[in-house]
Each structure stands twice: as structure tokens, then as C-alpha cells.
Design a protein around this ligand. Sequence first.
Ligand code: FE2
Ligand code: FE2
Length: 195
Amino acid sequence: MLGLKSKTPEKWAKIAIQDLEIFLTDHAYNEIKAAQSAMAVINHRPNHTKFVNTMSALAIEEMQHFEMVYDIIKKFGLQLGQESQNAYAMQLRKFFPKTKNIEERFIQKLMLSSLMEARSCERFSVLIPVLENEYPELAQFYRDLFESEARHYRVFLEYARIFGGKEKTDAIWDKLLTYEADLINRLGQKPLVHG
Ligand SMILES: [Fe+2]
Ligand SMILES: [Fe+2]
């Protein structure tokens, strides 16, 4: 469904739930970053009403997710910590050679956002069964979130195809998925959404 080329082992989910404060903090900041990414691409197609509306709505939705995660942090008696570096996102960006071409960078941003949404979803799906017994409320929260993040994955990829051309985008996307699978296989040791 998400088209990813590798699966996160259950071991990662066990690591994640061992330090919920760090995990939920990381998740909360990921929602903020997702909102920022959606806002940042509006500038590339300011005359495309549907795109502007979609990205604006998506940014708002991500901030609602942030509030939901923040509420959970409080409910669990935990603290929102400080943002940590997202090594995954940094490495993922390195897939694309540096370019000054604004249009190319735009399509790259759409593809990177799509992929990060897809991987978040996949990670949530691995987390849910592990949370089920001890934290059923949290399991339900991630089940609800899965749907909307899966939609975001499709939206970003669809716009990459629309603006970047389907054939060209799909060819790059396939290589990006292979690169990402190798990257994620080397991670999975930290209580972070993409760690
Ligand atoms: Fe989100
Ligand atoms: Fe999202």
C-alpha cells in the first residue's frame, strides 16, 4: 500500500516504547516539520488554487496532529523535550545531487515529503500491535493517524507527478525508494519515528 522497499523490524517498536517521552517528543516535532514542509511548497505554485488549498489544509492538519501528540505527552505526565536532529531526513536529502534549479528542488521536496509520510505510516503500523496491550489508547491514536499520513503520502507523490511529469517522477521515485530502504535498514536502534 505504501510501496516502500523495506520493512521495519518489530525490535524498533520495542525500543520506541521504552522511552515514550523521547519518542513522543520526536513525533511532536515531526508534525511541526511536516506542517512547515507543506507551507514551504505553496510558494512554488502560488497561482494553483487547488494546490495552495491542499497544502494549506495539510499544514493545518499537521499542526492539529502536533496538538494531539502534545496532549498525549501531558496526559501521560511527560514533558515535551527539545527537538533532536533528524538524521534520517538529512541522509534522505543527500539522495538528490545539489541543484540551484528551483523547479527541480520543488519536485524533490514533494518526493521527500511523500516518502517521509510513507515511512511514518509504516513505522506507526509496526508500533500499533506493540502498544496494544500496555497502551491501548495510544495504539488507537496511531491507528487514526495512519489514515491521514497515508493520504499525505499520496497527495505529495501525486503533485510530484503532476508538476514533475509522471514518467520522470516514477523513475526517480523508484531509485529513491531503493536508497531509502538501504538507509532505514541501517537505522531502527533509537526511540525516534525515523530513527
Ligand atoms: Fe501528521
Ligand atoms: Fe502528514
